[in-house]
Design a protein around this ligand. Structure first.
Ligand SMILES: Cc1cc2nc3c(=O)[nH]c(=O)nc-3n(C[C@H](O)[C@H](O)[C@H](O)COP(=O)(O)OP(=O)(O)OC[C@H]3O[C@@H](n4cnc5c(N)ncnc54)[C@H](O)[C@@H]3O)c2cc1C
Length: 454
């Protein structure tokens, strides 16, 4: 095992793997060591929906620019790998039945369009002017977004509820296989000389305010002057090894994997998101049963909007990912996580508001598989990328619910910091030192931690 390194990267999730790929395979950094006690990508990075979008409403264009860079990198890697990770361009479709919701969709789309997403096109009636997305591939597709009125939305997506008021189709968006992408990047990084060490970092040695090395659970030590922390939801613990604290917290997010054995959901749909609050459709008898349960009453209250769905494989599979984060209370990282025992049923009933045919699975909530993980977030839901206040220490983290799509711009930026390359204009907004500015700290309290979150 290497006992010295130019750069040590802690954590082999999507962020750490993208970091070593950008450092070694794209910027020719040498003697880079990646450390994780787990199999690569198995803490948070294999638990999500693996989707991406150039849709980032407010408060300004910063996140949209960052994510646009990330998607440029995803497309470059897809081209270079022969699309080994099946990047598609099916898009994100936000759906509402609410009249004001239609106005809000239009206003938000205009705002994101002004930030640089691309033009907003409107379609009514038979949707003849609307270009549907292909099920596979990403080349030669429109950018921007299409706003379809209720009739046009039904032409485009016949499974939507009859009272759909509008559907907004964001076009530079879709999903891919995050494990295949991570494996491809890791292979390229190893081929460029990166060493992967299966161990846990337990301490960091510093001297005179500078990083000198990392200590591992096995008892080994690696001398290094530079360490980049990409520890996902464990980031606060690893920062504490350097006596650092940053404004971070975690949210637990679940997803349901459900087999659509009755084929009630079209396999060619984009990533569909229901925007409006939902009252779950329980029968009188179910209501009575829930009222009698200690925590059942909450399931009778209105739930927030945001339930979403996407098919997992192409036309031949039958699994769906269904996600609904109705509980975003901050909570401490604990592994393995425990989820609401009603999650599966709640997700199915919520989804049926948008896709009524899903009623076929009422009562099947516990036949699906529920898993998930933690979003590690900053107060303003922007990532941390760059140098820390200890010389030689860097971070790539707080990637919230966008780390699969957003690790690439983050790793590119981290590698630019580490190789003294020119930094992009947005770099300053992701520096940990941004919190030194009291004016910025006050401003982000107004933005809130859910800006840009589905
Ligand atoms: C339900 C759900 C849905 C999601 N959907 C999407 C989506 O559609 N699109 C999207 O872009 N993102 C999505 N995300 C978010 C995305 O999964 C995360 O942002 C991303 O996986 C974070 O990657 P990471 O590398 O920072 O963390 P992780 O994947 O958690 O990796 C961190 C690694 O660090 C290692 N580590 C920690 N401490 C140490 C130590 N001391 N020594 C050695 N190793 C250490 C851990 O073992 C782990 O392997 C979703 C997340 C969830 C939970």
């Amino acid at each position: 095992m290497a006992d010295t390194a130019e750069i040590v990267v802690v954590g082999a999730g999507m962020a750490g793997i993208a970091a070593v790929y950008h450092l070694a395979a794209r910027r020719a950094a040498r003697r880079v060591v990646l450390i994780d006690e787990r199999e690569p990508l198995t803490l948070t990075s294999d638990k999500g929906t693996q989707a991406y979008r150039n849709w980032w409403p407010g408060p300004d264009a910063t996140m949209l620019r960052y994510m646009t860079r990330s998607i440029d990198l995803l497309e470059e890697m897809a081209d270079e790998s022969g699309n080994a990770f099946r990047l598609n361009r099916r898009g994100y479709v936000f759906v509402t039945a609410d009249e004001e919701g239609v106005d809000r969709l239009r206003a938000t789309a205009r705002e994101v369009s002004a930030f640089g997403m691309g033009e907003l096109r409107e379609h009514a009636g038979d949707a003849s002017s609307y270009q549907p997305a292909p099920a596979e591939g990403f080349a030669r597709q429109p950018n921007g977004a299409d706003l379809l009125d209720g009739t046009a939305a039904h032409h485009a997506f016949p499974g939507l509820t009859p009272d759909t008021g509008a559907a907004l189709h964001v076009r530079r968006a879709g999903w891919f296989n995050a494990i295949a992408l991570g494996a491809w990047m890791l292979k390229r990084a190893l081929g460029a000389g990166v060493t992967f060490v299966r161990d846990r970092v337990t301490a960091m040695d510093t001297d005179g305010g500078r990083v000198r090395g990392v200590r591992l659970a096995s008892g080994a030590r690696i001398d290094t002057a530079r360490v980049a922390i990409a520890a996902g939801p464990v980031l606060p613990d690893v920062l504490r090894m350097l006596d650092l604290e940053l404004p971070l917290f975690q949210e637990l997010h679940a997803k349901l994997t459900l087999r659509d054995t009755r084929r009630v959901v079209d396999r060619a749909i984009p990533f569909l998101i229901w925007n409006d609050p939902v009252e779950l459709p329980w029968t009188d008898q179910e209501r009575a049963t829930l009222r009698a349960e200690p925590d059942g009453e909450r399931l009778l209250l209105p739930f927030p909007g945001g339930v979403h769905v996407r098919p997992i494989d192409g036309p031949h599979g039958d699994e769906l990912y269904i996600i609904w984060t109705y509980d975003i209370e901050p909570r401490a990282f604990a592994w393995p996580p425990r989820f609401d025992r009603h999650y599966g049923e709640v997700a199915i009933r919520g989804l049926a508001r948008m896709l009524p045919a899903v009623k076929a699975y009422f009562g099947h909530g516990d036949r699906g598989f529920v898993d998930g993980g933690y979003y590690c977030k900053t107060r303003e839901n922007r990532p941390l990328v760059g140098p820390l206040p200890v010389d030689g220490a860097y971070v790539l983290g707080a990637l919230s619910g966008y780390g699969i799509m957003g690790s690439h711009a983050g790793a590119d930026l981290l590698a630019a910091h580490l190789t003294n390359a020119r930094l992009p204009e947005y770099a300053k907004w992701f520096l940990p030192s941004r919190y030194d500015d009291a004016g910025y700290r006050a401003e982000i309290e107004r933005w809130g931690a859910n800006v840009g979150q589905l």
